[in-house]
Design a protein around this ligand. Structure first.
Ligand SMILES: *[C@@H]1O[C@H](CO)[C@@H](O)[C@H](O)[C@H]1NC(C)=O
Ligand SMILES: *[C@@H]1O[C@H](CO)[C@@H](O)[C@H](O)[C@H]1NC(C)=O
Ligand SMILES: *[C@@H]1O[C@H](CO)[C@@H](O)[C@H](O)[C@H]1NC(C)=O
Ligand SMILES: *[C@@H]1O[C@H](CO)[C@@H](O)[C@H](O)[C@H]1NC(C)=O
Ligand SMILES: *[C@@H]1O[C@H](CO)[C@@H](O)[C@H](O)[C@H]1NC(C)=O
Length: 953
């Protein structure tokens, strides 16, 4: 099983830091009237000789030249000795390999006896370690090898540089460089600045003791170093540290008081660790703090009121913890002395409650305010209009009610407005926007707001993102969108728009990355849409052939429309490789065969063509797409399952139900499709026996072979379906795709309790086995009774004989059990009285005899669940008259209706509540992600991430 985690964040953060630090000294020739020293020139030429320099940055370094004039060389203005070498590559050039220096560093460098500053940062020395002899450059005061991709262990003799003030060895990834101990650092007695971020220090258990005892150290950066364990409560009081960055490690324990005693601290970042417990009131000792970042930890409880002593605080980031308390009390503490300094307050993703009071208007210098993802209620105060510096206002995902505050319209500096997912209602007037000329992000989906501006309204802003899902924007398509020239993300789903999709929209010259027009009542055909990344047109009434689309598209959801015609053009038209991850054209009117051109669709994760009118066989090239979900249900396809599907080793969900497929159930599924969680072959023409090899599917939770012509016995080895055997569902997969905050999870339609429902986020909790309406013979194997995690078992309408095994009564979570219309005899085992969750039960049309066991559940079913048999006792009525012959399906399919339940399934029994939160928790992370990555890194240009969460024990 693949487990993909997501260590991207620190990496990306480093880019941001790099950008801030590295605009220096790239061209530093300010030498006046000095000529370089012969021996030093020779040394530099040797150095050049061993370096690779594809972009010729060292072209000025030539034989016989004045080396003091060379690019990157600085000589002493009187003696002519080379004393600085600035060979850094420009920041961000790691992606432009050709601009980087690389190769080896020649020891001739040691000839530069007066070298005090050496900068090789941002280059590519990925073939070597940091050379040992750097420890002999005894004049060095400044050494910057950051992001230069050196590999392996850091040489200890770097500790022999007693004059060094500044040491930056920051790396991209802790897999590149390591230090098993930091003892050598204690030799750097003049060190003021130390950055070992991105170096693996997990074995360097002395890191704290060494760094906190450096007598001159002012700045310590150890972010993303794999540091583990607690920080002790006593660190000595020698430290004059001003900057401490320990973010993105695995430090646990509560935040120790020792950190609160560093009373010179101006910058403290402990973000992205596992710190827990409450924040001590000793925080108030850090009265010099300007920047405090404790984001993404497990801190809880209320904030200490000593917050009021942090009078210099400019930035406070406590996002993504479990801090509770009343937001108005926190604002009260902050207003006592940092009121005028505070520029950025981020407390998103906590458990804050209470109301926002008018006090908010006093934080006049606030530039960034995020309180998203809490449970703050009440109205957005009108005083918000007084925050005239505000650029980012994010209160999304709270319980704010009332109307859209008109005073928001005074915030002329506002760039990002996110009020999405609240319960605001009422009418928004276009005049509210008249001063928001700088707005670029307008995110407000999930409110009940109405916005129907005058048809001639021209917005004063040029937005990149407009998210107004669930607003009432219709019935006409919003005309004002045509003036948005920079629009890249648009969500106007569920907006009551009942119109023809206007042609001007299709021809907008904006660069669309993400468009969601789903769940409106849009009509018309679409010949071409220029969207680069993600397009959702589902649940409208679009007609005509499938649109032509850009090959860069990663997600396309066209389900639930009336697109018709063949897939040939769409799938086969280009031979370029396609990167698409999600292709969902289910529930349309597609016809013809699925073309055999899938060999360049290799990124496909979800392919759903279910519920169309497709015919023909499964094309063999489909096997090479290797999706996670393949759904062809409810078409008119036929033939055998092609053996190329053996390549689909990632499949979690395979649904081929309701077609005319034939042949036997392939035995290779057990071996090759070993990740399967859902296998549905229902309502086809499969015959033969159930192959024993499929018992190897250890993750299988839902197997549906109902309504086929399968014969033979139920294999005893079904007891190997271990995912059906565990009662506590702590072990299941949940893998989803998140496109810029919108989540997609594999979903499956499952037949439980005689009813089909769509399961998505709760899919991991559902377990079912349905072999009904086949020709299965023999006894019910008692081994089935070991599948004690099963919630639904349907063996009805077969030719099963013998007794009902006793241990079926051990399958405690069972909610639905149907054994009707077989030839079972004997009694209903008394163990059945243990089935306390049963709400669908049928043993009718067998030859059962004896007393019906008594339990809270068994007596609650209708007579028809038991008749005709020879059973006695309640609920079978005394006169024992059987009712009429059942209609097709008898009790087992009493309601054929499909109810589509998106997201949560309503009937989760108490016992599963725990597991349920396990499923929802990863969704919560979407926010963390979005904010951590997108806000800091929009310029990196990636708005789209794949998130794989694998839940394990
Ligand atoms: C030489 O450099 C020193 C410090 O680096 C500076 O103080 C001095 O003014 C410079 N002299 C000349 C002639 O540029
Ligand atoms: C907002 O919700 C609160 C309860 O949380 C309620 O008392 C109040 O009346 C609501 N306000 C409006 C304007 O709906
Ligand atoms: C826009 O700014 C002007 C001038 O500051 C002000 O008079 C007006 O009320 C503002 N409009 C809104 C909607 O706040
Ligand atoms: C898609 O839109 C972009 C941005 O407007 C434009 O540069 C590009 O040429 C368009 N592509 C096509 C195929 O129309
Ligand atoms: C149930 O969960 C507990 C704790 O998560 C675990 O120790 C135990 O092994 C699990 N039991 C089964 C049958 O999976």
């Amino acid at each position: 099983m693949t487990i993909v985690t997501i260590p991207l964040f620190p990496f990306l953060l480093l880019i941001a830091i790099a950008a801030a630090v590295c605009f220096r000294c790239c061209d530093a020739n300010s030498n006046v009237n000095v000529v370089c020293i012969e021996s030093e020139r020779e040394a530099l030429l040797k150095l050049k000789n061993d370096l690779t320099d594809p972009s010729n940055r060292l072209s000025s370094w030539v034989e016989g030249g004045d080396c003091c004039e060379w690019n990157g060389v600085v000589c002493h203005n009187l003696t002519g000795h080379v004393n600085q070498l600035h060979l850094a590559a420009p920041p961000f050039s790691a992606f432009d390999e050709w601009r980087l220096l690389g190769g080896r560093v020649n020891p001739s460098l040691l000839q530069l006896k007066h070298l005090n500053s050496l900068d090789l940062s941002n280059n590519n020395f990925s073939s070597i370690q940091i050379p040992d002899f750097f420890g002999l450059l005894g004049s060095l005061t400044y050494l910057n090898l950051s992001l230069a991709q050196f590999q392996g262990a850091i040489p200890h003799n770097l500790g022999n540089l007693p004059k060094l003030h500044y040491l930056d060895l920051r790396g991209w990834d802790p897999r590149d460089m390591e230090a098993k101990s930091l003892e050598w650092v204690s030799g750097l007695s003049s060190l003021q600045y130390l950055d070992l971020s991105g170096v693996d220090l997990h074995e360097a258990t002395d890191w704290l003791q060494v760094t906190f005892n450096l007598p001159c150290l002012l700045e310590l950066h150890l972010s993303y170093c794999n540091l583990k364990g607690p920080i002790p409560d006593y660190l000595g009081n020698k430290s004059f540290l001003e900057v401490v960055d320990l973010s993105s490690n695995s430090l646990n324990s509560s935040i120790p008081n020792s950190l609160y005693s560093l009373n010179h601290l101006q910058f403290l970042s402990l973000g992205y660790n596992h710190f827990e417990g409450e924040i001590s009131s000793a925080l108030g000792n850090l009265s010099s703090l300007i920047h405090l970042d404790l984001s993404v930890n497990s801190l809880e409880g209320r904030l200490p009121t000593s917050l009021e002593h942090l009078c210099n605080l400019k930035e406070l980031d406590l996002s993504s913890n479990q801090i509770d308390g009343d937001i108005s009390e926190i604002l009260q503490s902050l207003s006592s002395c940092s009121l005028d300094c505070l520029e950025s307050l981020n407390m998103e993703n906590n458990q804050l409650s209470g109301h926002l009071t008018d006090q908010l208007g006093q934080f006049k210098n606030l530039v960034h305010l995020s309180l998203a993802g809490n449970t703050i209620s009440g109205q957005i105060p009108l005083s918000i209009g007084e925050l005239s510096s505000l650029e980012v206002f994010d209160v999304s995902e709270n319980q704010l009610n009332g109307t859209f505050p008109p005073t928001l319209g005074q915030l002329g500096n506002l760039e990002t407005l996110n009020i999405g997912q609240n319960v605001l209602e009422g009418v928004v007037s276009e005049t509210y926007f008249s001063n928001l000329t700088r707005l670029t992000q307008l995110m407000a989906s999930g409110n009940m707001l109405t916005f129907q501006p005058n048809p001639s309204w021209v917005p004063p802003f040029q937005c990149e993102t407009i998210e107004l899902g669930q607003w009432h924007l219709g019935p006409k398509f919003p005309r004002w969108l045509r003036f948005q020239r920079n629009l890249s993300d648009l969500n106007i789903s569920h907006a009551g728009i009942s119109d023809v999709l206007p042609t001007w929209f299709l021809n907008l010259s904006t660069h669309f990355e993400y468009v969601d027009l789903s769940s409106n009542d849009l009509t018309g055909g679409i010949s071409y849409l220029n969207v680069t990344t993600f397009l959702d047109l589902s649940s409208n009434r679009f007609t005509g052939p499938l649109p032509r689309l850009l090959p860069t598209l990663l997600g396309l959801v066209l389900s639930n429309n009336s697109f018709s015609g063949s897939l040939v053009e769409f799938v086969c038209n280009s031979s370029e490789s396609r990167n698409m991850w999600i292709l969902d054209i289910s529930t349309n009117l597609l016809f013809g065969e699925i073309p055999d051109c899938w060999s360049h669709w290799q990124g496909l994760g979800i392919l759903n063509l279910g519920n169309n009118k497709l015919t023909g066989k499964i094309p063999s090239s489909l096997g090479y797409t290797n999706p996670v979900e393949l759904n062809l249900r409810n078409n008119s396809m036929f033939g055998e399952i092609p053996s190329t599907l053996q390549n689909c080793s990632r499949l979690l969900i395979l649904d081929l139900s309701e077609n005319h497929f034939s042949g036997s159930v392939p035995a290779w599924m057990g071996e090759k499709l070993s990740s399967l969680v859902v296998l549905r072959l229902r309502s086809n023409k499969f015959d033969g026996h159930i192959p024993h090899k499929i018992c190897a599917l250890q993750y299988l939770q839902n197997l549906d072979l109902a309504h086929n012509n399968i014969s033979g016995a139920i294999p005893k080895c079904f007891s190997n379906f271990s995912a059906m055997a565990t009662k506590n569902k702590t072990f299941y997969y949940l893998r989803g795709w998140f496109f810029d905050g919108k989540s997609f999870q594999p979903s499956a339609l499952l037949e439980l309790k005689g009813r089909e429902d769509e399961y998505s986020s709760t899919l991991g909790l559902v377990t079912s086995l349905d072999l009904s309406a086949n020709h299965l013979t023999g006894q019910i194997p008692k081994e089935l009774g070991t599948l004690t995690g099963l919630r639904s078992l349907n063996l009805s309408r077969n030719l099963l004989t013998g007794n009902i095994p006793d241990n079926i009564g051990n399958m405690e979570p069972m909610e639905s059990l149907d054994l009707s219309m077989n030839k079972l005899h004997g009694g209903i085992p008394s163990s059945f009285s243990n089935l306390n969750f049963l709400n669908h039960f049928n043993v009718s049309y067998n030859n059962l005899t004896g007393q019906i066991p008594t339990s809270t559940q068994l007596q609650s079913f209708e007579n028809s669940s038991y008749m005709p048999n020879h059973l006695r006792g309640p609920p079978v009525s005394k006169n024992c008259i059987t009712k009429g012959v059942p209609t097709d399906g008898g009790g087992s399919e009493e309601s054929n209706g499909r109810s589509k339940v998106k997201g949560l399934y309503v009937s989760i029994v108490v016992g599963f509540v725990m597991g349920f939160w396990g499923v929802v928790a990863p969704l919560f992370f979407i926010r963390v992600w979005r904010h951590a990555y997108f806000q800091k890194l929009d310029h990196v240009g990636r708005k789209l991430y794949v998130f794989w969460a694998t839940m394990g024990r």
